[in-house]
Design a protein around this ligand. Sequence first.
Ligand SMILES: C[S@@+](CC[C@H](N)C(=O)[O-])C[C@H]1O[C@@H](n2cnc3c(N)ncnc32)[C@H](O)[C@@H]1O
Length: 449
Amino acid sequence: MKTYQLRNTILDILIRIEKDQSFSHLLIDHEIKTGQLKPKDEGLLTEVVYGTLQREITLDYYLDSFMDSKKKVDSWVRILLRMSIYQMVFLDKVPDHAIIHEAVEIAKQRGHKGIAGFVNGLLRNVQRNGIPNTALIEDPVSRISIETSHPEWLVSRWAAEYGLTTTKAMCEANITRKSQSIRVQPLKISREEALEVLMEQGFIVTPSHFSNQGIIVEKGNILSSQLFKDGMITIQDQSSMLVAEMLDAQPNMEVLDACSAPGGKATHIAEKMEDKGSIKAYDLHKKKVKLIEEKAESLGLTIIDAEANDARKLQEIHAKESFDRILVDAPCSGLGVIRGKPEIKYTKKETDIERLSEIQLDILEHVAPLLKINGLLIYSTCTVERQENEKVVAKFIENHPEFEVDPVFFGNLPDELEASQGRSEFGLQLFPQDFQTDGFFLTRLRRKH
Ligand SMILES: C[S@@+](CC[C@H](N)C(=O)[O-])C[C@H]1O[C@@H](n2cnc3c(N)ncnc32)[C@H](O)[C@@H]1O
């Protein structure tokens, strides 16, 4: 593909993300699967789409300093300028004059000569004068917001919850890349064998400390590996692997996964149970149930029975005290996975956090009676919001004295996590800056009586 076409494709993807609120990772995956890109172009496309999105607020700050504040530009022109400035400032693969030339060609083709002239003038100005110095922004919240491209409300909220230093570290981590992690299907291949095969094929891999099934992939596109195609491994963040590790589900147990799609954790639990026993897997959205079934099938697991249902209505079909283990991997704001899905930081609103925390508590309240005495329940989210994490757990325990945070839980955690800054009486918060994982919360509750 010609570089001009490639940049047009990148622009189309960024426009769709902004206009239709499409997910960046899905559009990129789709383009890679169908777009007949060379590996080099795949890399550039991924880098420019993610980079431009990740740094949108920073890029707009630069852009606005070169533009008359009254000047109105169409959103596609702004996106074209953002992606061009991103490449000029943050990448050194393509020379500035080539980036400007292609942006001008795209502007000419999509708009008219006048727009092309505007794009040319602005980008040449950036090239001549360099970008404004953000270190001069006095207010620390605004500075973090602009330098790391997080909305001010979010920086200010995190600063109040965790202090400026942790907030800055978290925001900075959110604009870096993290290594991918995978989980082996232990009924098909051991971790040692998988490590060996992958190393032979040129991947740079190391075992994870968080799960004896986990592998960190430092280099290589795992989607193209034969192990992945054969369902011997699956992609999963190390933080998510902690869930099945801590749930302690044994073969022949009855397990409920109340919010299950796309089935990453349900399949891990099935593996821990050696594919013996039963896992009832529910998700509110009918469309997503297929994803659970497909995931189980690709990994060759048979004990997962997936159905569409609202976790808050399961008492209508299951008797009280019917499960040994319950997982509530709750719907959440996703503010822990900004690194992989940068659009989340621009689309989530503060009111979403409040609304979601009510749903999370409601789900817990409704599934709690289904747990057997002495049974264990894991509550987890992929967010760093106390309101959705510790506060939900605190409220739940207050309403349900028959439950406690399992004291054994902390003792079972990997050493480095046990002593981490995110540990509290209500569970464990993982921050994206600490362990090369997503931001993630989990706790284990035990039903005492
Ligand atoms: C964090 S995701 C679960 C991820 C999944 N556990 C995994 O590991 O692959 C939360 C899921 O909850 C589902 N959900 C939202 N509200 C729900 C409800 N009231 N009952 C059941 N599922 C719900 C969403 O559709 C979403 O798929």
